[in-house]
Ligand binder design. Structure first.
Ligand code: THU
Length: 132
């Protein structure tokens, strides 16, 4: 499973997004330690603040199935031309289950792709940097 394939899984996951309010679909695909791919999409609510991001939806799905460690993440935002990265809350949640070296790719509908590590997205996090 390479990052291109993982991104395709994220793009497919975006089709399941429940985003009638923002009309902004997001798909996420996490690569588990065992090579299994876990996907998630954003799930909105008429009480706007209750929207759940695709990234956290993928984490919740994977952990519910017994997987707690991931080596890579891909995020697809087909409704924006530019790539959109995970929000701050998702970066924090992802850091619970991914190492700072874990690869993250995000891409919109255009041809720009961002390839970065989780550690670059969330520097100096207490779980990894303060561990003795
Ligand atoms: N959203 C995600 O699912 N992930 C992101 O990384 C950015 C934002 C969702 C939340 C909401 O349903 C919609 O995108 C608009 O913010």
């Amino acid at each position: 499973m390479d990052m291109d394939e993982l991104f395709l899984a994220a793009r497919k996951a975006a089709d399941a997004a429940y985003a009638p309010y923002s009309k902004f679909r997001v798909g996420a695909a996490l690569l588990g330690d065992d090579g299994t791919v876990y996907t998630g999409c954003n799930v909105e609510n008429r009480s706007f603040g209750l929207a759940i991001c695709a990234e956290r939806s993928a984490v919740v799905s994977a952990v519910s199935r017994g997987q707690r460690s991931f080596t890579a993440l891909a995020i697809s935002t087909p409704d924006s031309r530019d790539p959109v990265g995970p929000c701050g809350a998702c970066r924090q949640v992802l850091s619970e289950f991914m190492a700072p070296e874990a690869q993250v790719r995000f891409r919109g509908s255009g041809d720009k792709t961002v390839d970065i590590t989780l550690g670059a997205l969330l520097p100096f996090d207490s779980l990894h940097d303060l561990a003795t």
